[in-house]
Design a protein around this ligand. Structure first.
Ligand SMILES: [Cu+2]
Length: 327
C-alpha cells in the first residue's frame, strides 16, 4: 500500500479546511436572523457545519478513494492482504471526535448562558424538585394548586442575559396559546391582539402560558422555540434588530387545527411601534364614533366571522369548514 506523501496529505488537508470553512459560512440553511441572540445561535450552527463538512469530506473522500484505488484488477484472483486492527489509528479516530464533542458541548453551553438560558429564575425549577422531600411521594401527583406558591414561580425558557441580570425588560407581552390561536396582551397599554407587534432595539420579555393543552411558541427568525404549558409560565427574552414580518407558529401538535395556529410577529421601528400602540388604543375606546355597528343576529356565524378571519389571516375556506364540522 502506498502511503501518500507528506506534501500531498498537507495539500489535501488545506483544501479540506478551506472547503469546510467556506461551506460552513455559506450554507444558506438558516432563515434571516432577526435578533441579536439569533446571530449567536448562528455562530454555533456555522461552527458545527464547518466541522460536519470536514468530517463528511474526509469520510466520503476516503470511501471513494478506496473504492477506486483498491478495486479488483483484471486477472487478479488472489486474496487481499490479511489486515487486522490498528490500535493507534483507532485511538486517534476515537479521541479526535470525543474532543470535538466535548468542545462543542462547552461552546453551546456558553452560548446558552449568554442568551440567558441559565438565568437564576430557572433555578426555581431546581427548588421545586427539592422542596417536596419532607413529604416524600405526596407531592408527585398533587395538583398545582396545592403546591407551595414559590415553587410555582418557575421560569422556563430563556431569561435575561448575564449583562441584563436583575433588570426588567423594556417591554413585556403576555402570550397565551389556546386551541387554535395566539393571544397577545400588552400589560402596559392594555392592548390585546392576534398578531405580535414589537419594536426593534428594545429588550422584550414574552410571558408564555397556555389555556388548554401544550403549545409551542416558535419564531424561526429569532432562533427561539419554547413550550407553553398549562399551569406554568415560561419566559423568553430577546432583542429584535431587524424590521420585518416573521411567521410565529405553534410547534407542538395541539389538535386538529394545529396547522392553522400561525400568526405574525411584526417588528417595527420604535416610532412605528408607538404609532401602532396609539392606533390600537384609539380603536379600543368605547365611545369611538367610527366603531362598527353590526347586528350579528342577521348574519350566520361564518358571515359574521369572515371579516375578522380575513384580518387574522385565516382562510375563509377553513372557517366555513369549521362551521360545517359543528353540524
Ligand atoms: Cu398549538
Amino acid at each position: 500500500m502506498n502511503i501518500p506523501s507528506t506534501i500531498s496529505t498537507l495539500l489535501i488537508g488545506i483544501v479540506l479546511t478551506l472547503l469546510s470553512l467556506w461551506y460552513g459560512q455559506n450554507h444558506g440553511l438558516m432563515p434571516i436572523a432577526a435578533s441579536d441572540e439569533a446571530n449567536q445561535v448562528d455562530d454555533l450552527f456555522d461552527t458545527m457545519m464547518i466541522i460536519a463538512t470536514g468530517l463528511f469530506l474526509i469520510v466520503q473522500g476516503t470511501l471513494i478513494f478506496c473504492a477506486f484505488y483498491f478495486r479488483k484488477r483484471k486477472g487478479d484472483n488472489t486474496d487481499g492482504p490479511g489486515l487486522h486492527g490498528n490500535v493507534p489509528l483507532e485511538i486517534l479516530w476515537t479521541a479526535i471526535p470525543a474532543a470535538i464533542v466535548v468542545w462543542i458541548s462547552i461552546y453551546s453551553f456558553e452560548i446558552y448562558n449568554t442568551l440567558g438560558g441559565v438565568d437564576p429564575m430557572t433555578a426555581g425549577d431546581m427548588h421545586a424538585m427539592h422542596s417536596p422531600k419532607s413529604h416524600r411521594g405526596a407531592a408527585i401527583a398533587a395538583p398545582l394548586e396545592t403546591m407551595p406558591s414559590d415553587s410555582r414561580q418557575i421560569a422556563l425558557g430563556v431569561g435575561a442575559s448575564p449583562l441584563n441580570q436583575g433588570k426588567s425588560a423594556e417591554l413585556e407581552v403576555n402570550v397565551t396559546g389556546l386551541q387554535y390561536a395566539w393571544i397577545f396582551n400588552y400589560p402596559d397599554s392594555g392592548i390585546t391582539t392576534g398578531e405580535l407587534h414589537l419594536p426593534v432595539g428594545q429588550e422584550i420579555q414574552v410571558n408564555l402560558s397556555a389555556n388548554d393543552v401544550i403549545h409551542a411558541f416558535w419564531v424561526p427568525q429569532l432562533r427561539l422555540k419554547q413550550d407553553a404549558i398549562p399551569g406554568r409560565t415560561a419566559q423568553l427574552r430577546f432583542t429584535l434588530n431587524r424590521v420585518g414580518e416573521y411567521p410565529l407558529r405553534c410547534a407542538e401538535l395541539c389538535g386538529s387545527y394545529h396547522g392553522s395556529m400561525i400568526t405574525k410577529l411584526i417588528a417595527h421601528t420604535p416610532e412605528d411601534y408607538q404609532n401602532w400602540v396609539q392606533s390600537q388604543q384609539i380603536a379600543s375606546q368605547p365611545n369611538n364614533s367610527k366603531a362598527l355597528a353590526l347586528n350579528p343576529t342577521n348574519l350566520s356565524d361564518s358571515q359574521f366571522l369572515a371579516p375578522y378571519a380575513q384580518e387574522m389571516g385565516i382562510d375563509t375556506q377553513l372557517v366555513s369548514e369549521m362551521h360545517h364540522s359543528h353540524h
